[in-house]
Ligand binder design. Structure first.
Ligand SMILES: [Ca+2]
Ligand SMILES: [Ca+2]
Length: 111
């Protein structure tokens, strides 16, 4: 982790780039910074659509994760929600699950 000042500089940059008003908290020793989930998504360059458990492979376990999230047994992080929105309509629904299922059963060849 960079110095306290560096962290704040980075946060300022992110703020000016995004205009987000969400709260950002940084601990005085600079060891821990909590960024709003929107920023987490913006700055995650490795989101793979359909890879909901974020292990770089799209398989049946992602389908399980998505199912659990849809029935409310599991909370998805902002990054996971982005990965789970397979049809890209901005929300995670049964349509995304259906699409992932079709992909895994090879009825469609890409997500
Ligand atoms: Ca996965
Ligand atoms: Ca969707």
């Amino acid at each position: 982790m960079n110095s306290y000042e560096d962290v704040f500089k980075a946060i300022e940059l992110i703020y000016s780039a995004t205009g987000l008003q969400s709260a950002v908290s940084a601990f005085a020793d600079g060891s821990s910074v909590t960024l709003p989930s929107e920023i987490e998504v913006l700055y995650s360059d490795n989101i793979v659509t359909g890879d909901i458990d974020l292990n770089d492979i799209i398989d049946i376990s992602d389908l399980t994760e998505l199912s659990l999230a849809l029935i409310g047994d599991k909370e998805l992080t902002a990054v996971q929600q982005k990965a789970a929105d397979i049809d890209g309509d901005g929300s995670v629904t049964l349509a995304d699950l259906a699409r992932l299922q079709q992909y895994l059963s090879k009825k469609i060849d890409k997500l």
